[in-house]
Write a protein that binds this ligand. Structure first.
Ligand SMILES: C[S@@+](CC[C@H](N)C(=O)[O-])C[C@H]1O[C@@H](n2cnc3c(N)ncnc32)[C@H](O)[C@@H]1O
Length: 243
């Protein structure tokens, strides 16, 4: 879905302007690949009355420089012998327009999957994958976009890197972490969470299922800073590992 400012009423416009004053900036990632992954959508733009819509925190896309550096640091935490990124499936919980799954596809993950509750965004992400495949000439990638509520998603039975860019409220984060623990018990066992803007850290650590490996404030590069919808220059990132 394209974000059409023409359709916004004045109150929506005012709140979006406050939250994301730079939301109209074109990102170099989209210029390079002919994709449409930028902008900002508030929760009010995405809510359609589905079961977990009330928990939705809205849409914006990750800064590529932050994502790449976070993945680089995560890879350093993999055990030297058993931990090969090639064994891991990457799952973006709240994939939006698909920028993070395209960035993940630069790495040798076994599978790359995006899960998105908004039908419009899931469909746009699918188109972005097709455009990216054409321009990046990627043949190898097994990228799948799923239109679903993350609370109901069936996790692949492989080691998992589950990525969240602060998609929803803590009650839902707790449900997702419980379902991951249950899936791990009957599957490959290894689950890491890469959590950007980790507002539900206390929920996760309080549940006792995951242990936090690290937290870092990762700076954006110059290009990402220029195009950041919120006008910020860094993101806080944490990695958690299932005990
Ligand atoms: C901040 S955006 C992140 C987009 C993308 N992951 C990225 O990093 O560029 C969060 C996304 O989570 C989605 N979302 C919120 N609740 C969800 C749920 N219950 N199941 C799946 N997706 C959800 C929102 O619709 C939104 O597109």
């Amino acid at each position: 879905m394209r974000y059409s400012y023409d359709c916004e009423d004045q109150s929506t416009l005012a709140s979006a302007s406050k939250t994301a004053p730079n939301r109209g900036a074109l990102h170099p990632f989209d210029v390079k690949y002919g994709t449409d992954t930028g902008g900002y959508l508030g929760p009010e733009d995405l809510v359609k009355g589905r079961e977990n819509d009330a928990h939705n925190y809205g849409y914006s896309a990750i800064a590529p420089s932050v994502f790449r550096e976070a993945c680089r640091r995560w890879r350093e935490t993999l055990p030297a012998v058993s931990g090969r990124i090639e064994a891991y499936s990457f799952v973006d919980v709240g994939a939006g327009k698909g920028r993070a799954i395209l960035l993940a596809a630069e790495l040798p993950f076994r599978k790359v999957i995006g899960v998105e509750i908004s039908e419009e965004l899931a469909s746009l992400a699918q188109k972005n994958v097709a455009r990216w495949n054409r321009v990046a000439r990627s043949k190898s990638k097994n990228i799948r976009m799923v239109h679903a509520d993350a609370a109901k998603f069936r996790w692949p039975r492989t080691p998992l890197l589950v990525y969240l860019y602060n998609p929803f409220a803590c009650s839902l984060v707790a449900k997702v972490s419980e379902s991951l623990a249950a899936a791990a018990a009957s599957g490959a066992g290894l689950v890491d969470l890469l959590y950007v803007n980790p507002t539900c850290t206390d929920t996760l650590t309080g549940q006792g299922l995951f242990v936090r490996l690290w937290t870092a404030r990762i700076p954006m590069d110059e290009a990402d800073q220029q195009a950041d919808p919120y006008g910020t220059t860094s993101d806080l990132v944490s990695v958690f590992r299932l005990k």
